[in-house]
Design a protein around this ligand. Structure first.
Ligand SMILES: [Fe+2]
Length: 384
């Protein structure tokens, strides 16, 4: 009897070891393998997605933590914001990039400085989140992964730190990837530049086509909602007079070529055809919960966009008519898992909710469209 038990125990242990080795092989982000579906390897979500998951999914969103070039420290607004983020009961936290203060074109800093910045991020931001049992899904910013050398540091840091979610396509992780969490489909984009969707890391197709393909997968089609998040936005929300001069400046730091009408398969068009519930962007450092409404387009066909406030330095002026800078803070997205209804807000670094009624009813960057305030559009559609 004792031998039988020992033999069974040995078999069990061998079985476990084999599974672990398989899991490790699948974790490789650059193995060129077809899209994989696997349960979460990290703390957080240890259960595979279940059809018909019910309740409210509460997601925190943070980004633009960077300070002056090469500074491994964070502003006090980041520290206070993090305290509230950790106490908000989030199921998942998304990062919209600029976690570090890189983009060192002149190579002023050695590799060790980037090590310092990523260690600081890990200690002050990532570990407190993971230690609270919350999965964190990053998307790169220009201060993390624009310059080639810094893309290497980004990859080194994130490759072993795979988010505790159910990966769907991880071949281009950590730069772009898709995943499921509680039956919501997520796409993390690599849009650190104004023209960066040309990467062909996955099966030789551009990132743009990869996004289109992801949105056609059974996992995306079967999900209750679909969220895309990245760094550089498609549309300007900033004050043109305050943030541009002679055709240059932050106002123009957008993926203009991905706007609907600029090309046949623009990202905006792909998002709409793939029924994206919300697209979240950082980089502008100005909060606006919007709906991109093209003239003569049905409101219900328009794309929902969340322009994120920055958590760190450098909050900017939203739109031409605002007299003060957009407050620093973080985003919150709530998804009703019964209906797929998505709502989104921002909170100040003291944990107070930003009153949307104080924001402009619309921003009109071009004559052919306006970015309308989401809550007003919801009311017009009879959804609020
Ligand atoms: Fe940025």
């Amino acid at each position: 009897m004792r031998y039988t038990l020992s033999f069974m125990l040995l078999l069990l242990l061998l079985g476990c070891q084999e599974t672990q080795e398989e899991d490790t092989a699948e974790d490789s982000p650059t193995d060129g393998a077809p899209p994989i579906v696997r349960p979460a390897p990290n703390p957080g979500d240890s259960t595979p997605p279940v059809e018909g998951v019910k309740g409210l999914l509460k997601i925190g969103v943070l980004g633009d933590l960077n300070g002056s070039l090469g500074d491994p420290n964070y502003a006090s607004s980041v520290t206070s914001g993090m305290g509230h983020i950790l106490n908000s009961g989030y199921d998942l936290i998304l990062g919209t990039g600029d976690f570090t203060s890189g983009e060192d074109y002149k190579k002023r800093f050695p590799a060790s400085r980037f090590d310092q910045m990523w260690t600081s991020f890990e200690q002050k931001i990532l570990n407190p989140i993971l230690n609270s049992g919350i999965p964190f899904a990053p998307s790169p910013g220009n201060h993390d992964a624009n310059i080639e050398r810094e893309r290497g540091y980004y990859k080194t840091f994130w490759s072993p730190r795979i988010p505790g979610v159910t990966m769907i396509s991880s071949e281009a992780y950590p730069f772009y990837y898709s995943f499921l969490y509680k039956n919501v489909f997520f796409i993390s984009m690599d849009d650190v530049r104004t023209y960066s969707l040309r990467d062909r890391s996955v099966n030789g197709v551009t990132q743009r086509d990869w996004i289109a393909n992801q949105l056609k997968t059974p996992q995306a089609r079967g999900a209750v909602a679909r969220i895309a998040f990245g760094h550089v936005p498609m549309y300007p929300v900033l004050s043109k007079s305050k943030h541009s001069s002679s055709g240059r400046g932050k106002y123009y730091e957008i993926m203009a070529n991905e706007q609907q009408g600029k090309r046949t398969n623009s990202l905006e068009q792909i998002f709409k055809e793939g029924d994206i519930s919300l697209a979240i962007f950082g980089h502008s450092h100005a909060y606006y919960p919007g709906v991109v409404h093209h003239n003569n387009e049905a409101l219900e066909d328009s794309l929902n966009v969340l322009s994120m406030p920055c958590l760190g330095h450098g909050n900017r002026y939203l739109d031409q008519r605002t007299r003060s800078r957009s407050p620093r803070g973080y985003g919150q997205v709530e998804i009703d898992l019964d209906t797929g209804k998505v709502s989104f807000d921002a909170y100040l670094t003291n944990g107070q909710k930003v009153d949307k009624t104080g924001l402009p009813e619309r921003i009109r960057p071009y004559s052919h469209l306006s970015i309308r305030r989401h809550d007003i559009v919801q009311k017009e559609l009879g959804l609020q």
